[in-house]
Design a protein around this ligand. Structure first.
Ligand SMILES: [Zn+2]
Length: 346
């Protein structure tokens, strides 16, 4: 089915270019003749011009890591963005403004989480930006936009109660998704795309998994019949010296997606994608897997500044964003078959 629709669109494209060719040939040829060029020269120029136009329309759009890195900085300039903080409010608005510029299909999923231990109600928001809703085969790309309220892994114990800036842990994934949103708003992707920005991922103490991934849990519980073919979660993908191992839950429960991503990364020559499996990471992909969405976690869990106050833009690199961005663009614009993975985590 996918191949057939592709052929049709290619055919339409050829007919379109044939018509355009005739039109441009006439006007361009006349123009050159007026300038006194020889007939053969002018025809040759017309062909080159048409070829150039056609090639550019078929190429994969370019992921701009400078723009993505500016989005990483933009979030960090807001400051820490943990739930109920002023930075959290500002970042919510920042994301909403950006996304609304790229699609009119932005869903704001507001909800409250009661933290009984702290006697606090958290005001949380998932943002869901959709593109090309008419396409049935869909890719879900997601990241968390909140940051951790305390730097509990900082080597300096006096800093452990301070909030982190979350340049890599939070902002990097979001920055890539914002640049992807810009790209797909300008050129139709092969698949329908849903970008989800989860809130409340990093709220809990390490000993209490119930207080992690609040946004993805809420989304999964309320997903209705939403069923993308593949899901890719980005978390801590912007650090310098990026190294990505296969996360173990992803390997067990969404192997088709993992294989696809690693295969594309290999084709693009990205040596930072390692073939071995490391770590079971509890992240936003877990509630999605439990709800039957085959989602993998792309995460560099060896990032040295994980949950410390040193998780700043200086520890991140545009090159890392470029690698992940190129990979996602490659997936979104290539006509391979998307097969839903049957894996489900109970
Ligand atoms: Zn974190």
């Amino acid at each position: 089915m996918i191949l057939r629709s592709l052929k049709t669109s290619c055919f339409c494209r050829i007919r379109f270019w044939q018509k355009l060719f005739t039109l441009v040939q006439d006007s361009f040829y006349n123009f050159l003749m007026i300038l006194g060029a020889k007939k053969e020269t002018s025809l040759c120029l017309v062909f080159s011009y048409i070829l150039l136009l056609n090639c550019s329309s078929l190429s994969v759009p370019k992921f701009d890591s400078e723009k993505a890195f500016a989005e990483l900085n933009g979030q960090c300039q807001i400051g820490p963005r943990y739930p109920n903080s002023p930075g959290h409010d500002r970042c919510r608005k920042y994301l909403l403004d950006k996304l609304s510029g790229y699609t009119n299909l932005v869903k704001i999923q507001d909800f409250t989480y009661r933290d009984e231990a702290l006697q606090k109600d958290l005001k949380l928001t998932n943002l869901i930006a959709s593109f090309y809703p008419e396409k049935k085969e869909r890719v879900l790309l997601c990241a968390h936009w909140d940051t951790r309220p305390f730097a509990d892994q900082d080597p300096d114990s006096s800093l452990r109660s301070k909030p982190i800036l979350g340049a890599n842990d939070g902002a990097s994934g979001v920055a890539i998704l914002l640049e992807i949103a810009r790209i797909i708003s300008q050129r139709k992707s092969q698949w329908g795309v849903d970008l989800i920005f989860f809130d409340g991922e990093d709220w809990g103490p390490e000993s209490d998994l119930d207080k992690f991934c609040l946004g993805s849990k809420y989304f999964a519980k309320n997903k209705g019949n939403y069923q993308p073919q593949i899901g890719i979660l980005l978390d801590m993908v912007g650090g310098k010296n990026l190294q990505l191992y296969k996360e173990a839950h992803s390997f067990i429960y969404a192997q088709d997606v993992l294989n696809l991503v690693w295969e594309r990364a290999k084709k693009l020559g990205f040596t930072c994608f390692k073939d071995s499996i490391q770590y079971f990471v509890y992240d936003d992909h877990i509630p999605l897997l439990e709800a039957g969405i085959p989602c993998i976690d792309l995460i560099d869990f060896d990032y040295p500044w994980y949950h410390t106050v040193s998780d700043t833009p200086a520890k991140c690199s545009p090159q890392s964003l470029q690698i992940i961005g190129d990979l996602l663009v490659d997936i979104l614009y290539h006509p391979f078959e998307l097969t839903p993975s049957p894996g489900k985590k109970e």
